[in-house]
Structures are given as structure tokens and as C-alpha cells.
Design a protein. Structure first.
Length: 341
């Protein structure tokens, strides 16, 4: 049985390999058949100091680099951000069942997107991601302020987040009831999709994801200390309240950036960190970066299934992650219980 450094090294190797396979599969799969070896050569040829002749004609290269690759890269960024945010939230609250949906992020994004769609009538698609981004951050901010006003415990903050989420969802339902003609467009966004992926959209969210990911990753050791309790953290010179504020803010920024371009995609923030812990242990020094890698691979593969399984139609990616994530989550819970007993 692998332990210690060897187990961690194997975990990173598996995560990197999974991401590489996911990118290759996502780049190849689609209506236009691309040769696997030529596709791999084309992708490797874009790396610095690597010069390979891909053997793809101009049309195939256009399909690969202008249609499929932007979607694959955006899917990797979104999946990595959601998984990292979920792992960060779970570390802050010392609860493996926590993700961004419990702190008002998803409900705020849904309300923001709904208001934008209903008020603009679909005339300004660019406003929807902005409204979702602002709504997501606002939902987390209100939850955090409400939780801080009620006490300093993590349970208080979670309860405040749940209350805010329920309130925002109720407001969203009311807005939809007042404008039933927008229901289909709103629910299409709520179920998640990467069909509008472009290089421009990828570059737009990259700075937000990079800053938030760096902030969360730098707090891996701090989350390990928090996992043993606030008193122990204070005895080591740490400030639990400050750490929670920084990590929650960074996770909120990551989740908001992701849902702004993809809609609401469930289960990634819960399933991936669980799988990573089973692979590499419970230390957040490794759970956080591994969640980033595995989450990226998971969502790229889920999106590949979403756009190919019923081609030429396309499934909402949130449906695919739910169909995959639900049984996986039940299996993980049963396996964890069996190990503990």
C-alpha cells in the first residue's frame, strides 16, 4: 500500500494524466473526425520549444483551434475553479458537504442572470455573465455579513448562507412568474452550457480565476491548521477569522467567474474534493491543487459527453454532471461509512 510521498506523487501523476487525456478526448470528439495522433501532434506543437508537423489541413486546424480548443480550455478553467472553490469552502467550514451553493453564490448568480434576461429580453447576451458574476459575489457577501452579525462560528455562517440562498431563490421565482416568456431562456442558463465558449471569453475570466486560485492555494497549510480547531490555530499565531475571510472571498471570486461564463453546474465542488481525498489524503496542501487538476479534467470530459451523446443536439452540462455526480456521491458516502465502521 502506498503511503506518504509516494502516494502523493502517484496522485499528482494520475491527476495530470487524467487532464491530458481529457483535453485530447475533448479536442478529438465531435462531428468532424480528427485523427488522434495528428490532434495530439497539433496540440503539442503549440507548446514552447516543441516543433511538430500535425498533418492536419487548414479546415481541421480551424475546427481544432477555433471551435473545440476554446471550449476545452474554458471547460478546464471552469471545472478547476468550481472544484477548487468547493475544496476551499470545505476546508474553511470543516465540512465535506459544503460548496458554493450553500453560501448564496449559486442563488445570487441565478438571480442576477434571471434579472438580466428578463429585463433585457435577450437583446444583450453580454450582460448576462456580468449580472451573474455580480449576483454571485453579492450573494456570498450578504451571507458572510449576515453570518458575522450572528456570531463567529462556521455553523452560523452556513445557516446564514442557507437563508440567503432561499431568499434569493424565492426572489428569482417571483421574477420568473412575472415574465413567463423568459422561462426557457433562464432555465437553459441555469442548467449550464459551454456552447458559447470563445478565446475572448476565456481570456476575460482568466485573470479572476488566476488571482482567486493563487489566494486559495497559498492558504493550504492554514486550512490544515484550522482543521484541528480555532484555539489551536490561535496558539500558533494564526487569525482564524482573517483566514476564513480571505479564503471565502477568493473561493467566491473563483465560483462567480466560473458560473458567469458557464451557468450553474452542480456536483463538481463536492464530488471532486471527495475523490481527491480518497486519492491523496486529507491535507489541504495537496487537496487544493489536486482538486484544481481533477476538476478541470472532470468537466472537460462531462462537456464532451454533453455535446456528443445526443449529437447534433446538446445536453445541458449540468444534467451530465448531476447524472455522473449523484451515484458517485452516494458511492463515496457508503465507502467512507464502511471504512469508518
Amino acid at each position: 500500500m502506498l503511503t506518504g510521498r509516494r502516494r502523493t506523487a502517484w496522485a499528482y501523476g494520475i491527476a495530470v494524466a487524467a487532464l491530458a487525456v481529457a483535453v485530447l478526448v475533448g479536442a478529438m470528439a465531435g462531428a468532424a473526425d480528427l485523427d488522434p495522433l495528428a490532434t495530439a501532434a497539433a496540440l503539442l506543437g503549440r507548446l514552447p520549444f516543441v516543433h511538430l508537423d500535425p498533418g492536419l489541413d487548414q479546415l481541421d486546424q480551424a475546427v481544432l483551434f477555433q471551435i473545440r480548443l476554446p471550449r476545452v480550455v474554458l471547460g478546464a478553467l471552469v471545472g478547476g475553479a468550481l472544484a477548487l472553490a468547493g475544496a476551499g469552502y470545505q476546508g474553511v467550514f470543516r465540512n465535506p458537504l459544503v460548496d458554493s451553493s450553500l453560501l448564496g453564490s449559486s442563488a445570487g448568480a441565478g438571480l442576477g442572470a434571471t434579472v438580466a434576461i428578463v429585463s433585457l429580453g435577450g437583446t444583450s447576451p453580454a450582460a448576462v455573465p456580468v449580472a451573474a458574476f455580480v449576483g454571485s459575489l453579492a450573494g456570498v457577501a450578504v451571507s458572510y455579513l449576515a453570518g458575522a452579525a450572528g456570531g463567529s462560528g462556521t455553523a452560523t455562517l452556513l445557516l446564514a448562507g442557507l437563508a440567503v440562498s432561499m431568499f434569493l431563490t424565492a426572489v428569482q421565482t417571483y421574477v420568473l412568474q412575472r415574465s413567463t416568456e423568459s422561462i426557457q431562456q433562464v432555465y437553459t442558463w441555469l442548467l449550464g452550457s459551454l456552447s458559447t465558449a470563445t478565446w475572448d471569453r476565456t481570456w476575460q475570466i482568466l485573470p479572476y480565476l488566476a488571482v482567486s486560485a493563487l489566494a486559495v492555494l497559498l492558504h493550504g497549510r492554514h486550512l490544515d491548521v484550522l482543521s484541528v480547531g480555532d484555539e489551536e490555530a490561535r496558539s500558533l499565531g494564526l487569525h482564524p477569522g482573517r483566514i476564513r475571510l480571505v479564503v471565502v472571498t477568493a473561493c467566491a471570486l473563483a465560483a462567480a467567474s466560473a458560473v458567469a461564463v458557464s451557468g450553474l453546474i452542480g456536483f463538481v465542488g463536492i464530488i471532486v474534493p471527495h475523490a481527491v481525498r480518497r486519492l491523496a489524503g486529507s491535507s489541504y496542501r495537496h487537496v487544493l491543487p489536486l482538486s484544481l487538476l481533477v476538476g478541470a479534467a472532470f468537466l472537460v470530459l462531462a462537456d464532451t459527453v454533453a455535446r456528443t451523446v445526443v449529437a447534433p443536439a446538446e445536453l445541458p452540462i449540468g444534467v451530465v454532471t448531476a447524472l455522473i455526480g449523484s451515484p458517485l456521491f452516494v458511492w463515496i458516502l457508503r465507502s467512507t461509512r464502511a471504512v469508518r465502521t
